[in-house]
Design a protein around this ligand. Structure first.
Ligand SMILES: Nc1ncnc2c1ncn2[C@@H]1O[C@H](COP(=O)(O)OP(=O)(O)OP(=O)(O)O)[C@@H](O)[C@H]1O
Ligand SMILES: CC(=O)N[C@H]1[C@@H]2OC[C@@H](O2)[C@@H](O)[C@@H]1O[C@H](C)C(=O)O
Length: 383
């Protein structure tokens, strides 16, 4: 069978830009093969980014303005799809995650979750003339799932190991893990995954706060590395109920966003921390919450932790994780041959490919859904 050329498009909770991955996909499950032909991040126009962040923090918006923002995001995604194909053979399918602006996890029967991704697939298909699959989270939510994390089944087929138990840890705005047992009998049913809590979201907001918006992240963690974490504060913050909630669980900037950062700043006042110490303490919270969740919710620590997402570039954060994990080696997916920065975009290309072949994309043991379901709505093109 000829491989299928697919574009995966993703903008995550950091709202730093649109990750586009042009890939060739073949196979279905254990024979799944993905080759990255091109990967690029296209920054949002600054005004659009501001609007997205604003509505994400609960600012009032008229329906007309919401429609305009939805379309502006779809235009930016379509442009990314067109640019990534330059100089390459064209794709026949797009998997577009869209831009999450609101996520309310499942809260029990009668209260399905609600997860809103903007950048409608219908417009992306119209603008690119390529069949586009979007709205990936709704199917799982309909089946009483959280609709997140969704990358776990893709991780299973691209990153599991015959003998090693692995944690694939994404550190985006929010952190999420896929626990992959070694490929013994029944390994698929033992896969777990959940959102670990803040990834870079609080750190990015803190850097923006301290630089009056001049900087949006702590490059390589250099600023935090020049400070010292305040451990009593980390302990205090780790008592947040989210960290103690058993999976399935998911979260977003609604919980670990601006309001939470202000709480952290207030909590830190009694310790009279300087800026670097505060950043070191926030970084420590990210690292400690990840390790705390493994120790609380996994049968035992994995043999390897494999990082992906922009946070895998934060060397100080990686060092802290290594220290807290003791003997467990910490790698990045780049070292296994899968791009750490484009892994999520690649995952949505695979999820679209599966949807097109009518293969379910969710793992009920991860999202809490009552069954496997097809993920994504298909938007074709009209003449
Ligand atoms: N060199 C670097 N040093 C430190 N941090 C970095 C570096 N490069 C990227 N980052 C961090 O990674 C973030 C972007 O990560 P990523 O694109 O994986 O997030 P996302 O996909 O938006 O989020 P999510 O996975 O929650 O949806 C940036 O906001 C920044 O905090
Ligand atoms: C609602 C939403 O967009 N959630 C994202 C977010 O970013 C990281 C974490 O929270 C994760 O659960 C999810 O994205 C990844 C791609 C997922 O669904 O697997």
């Amino acid at each position: 069978m000829q491989p299928t050329r697919v574009i995966g498009l993703m903008s995550g909770t950091s709202v730093d830009g649109i990750d586009a991955a042009l890939v060739e996909i073949a196979g279905k499950d254990s024979d799944l093969k993905v080759e990255l032909i091109a990967g690029e991040t296209y920054p949002y126009p600054p005004q659009l980014r501001e609007q997205i962040l604003e509505i994400g923090t609960g600012a009032a918006v008229s329906i007309a303005d919401l429609a305009a923002i939805d379309d502006a995001i779809a235009h930016a995604f379509a442009k990314a799809a067109q640019l990534i194909q330059n100089g390459h053979q064209a794709a026949t399918l797009i998997g577009s995650h869209g831009q999450t602006v609101y996520h309310r996890p499942y809260q029990g029967l009668g209260n399905l979750g609600y997860s809103l991704q903007l950048g409608r697939g219908a417009l992306i298909a119209h603008l690119t003339r390529i069949t586009t699959i979007s709205n990936f989270r709704t199917g799982d939510i309909m089946a009483h799932g959280h609709g997140a994390p969704l990358v776990c089944k893709v991780d299973a087929y691209l990153l599991s190991h015959t003998q090693k138990k692995r944690c694939i840890q994404n550190i985006g705005g929010i952190g999420n893990v896929t626990y992959l047992p070694d490929q013994s009998d029944d390994w698929l049913s033992q896969i777990r995954g959940w959102d670990t809590g803040p990834g870079n979201s609080l750190l990015d907001l803190a850097v923006e706060h301290f630089t009056n918006g001049a900087k949006s992240y702590d490059e390589n963690g250099n600023w935090a590395a020049s400070g010292t974490p305040c451990y009593p504060l980390v302990e205090q913050w780790l008592s947040h109920e989210y960290f103690h909630l058993a999976p399935p669980k998911s979260t977003g900037r609604e919980l670990f966003g601006v309001a939470y950062l202000h709480q952290c700043l207030q909590d830190s006042e009694v310790y009279e921390l300087n800026t670097a110490d505060f950043l070191a303490t926030i970084t420590e919270l990210t690292a400690a919450s990840i390790v705390h969740s493994y120790d609380t919710f996994l049968p035992k620590r994995p043999d390897q932790v494999i990082l992906c997402g922009g946070g895998s570039r934060n060397t100080y954060l990686k060092d802290r994780l290594e220290l807290l994990l003791g003997k467990v080696p910490v790698l990045t997916t780049d070292e296994t041959g899968l791009s750490a920065v484009f892994k999520e975009a690649i995952a949505f290309a695979v999820l679209a490919y599966w949807r097109n072949l009518s293969i379910p994309g969710n793992l009920p043991a991860v999202t809490g859904a009552s069954q496997e379901v097809l993920l994504g709505e298909i938007y074709g093109t009209y003449g």
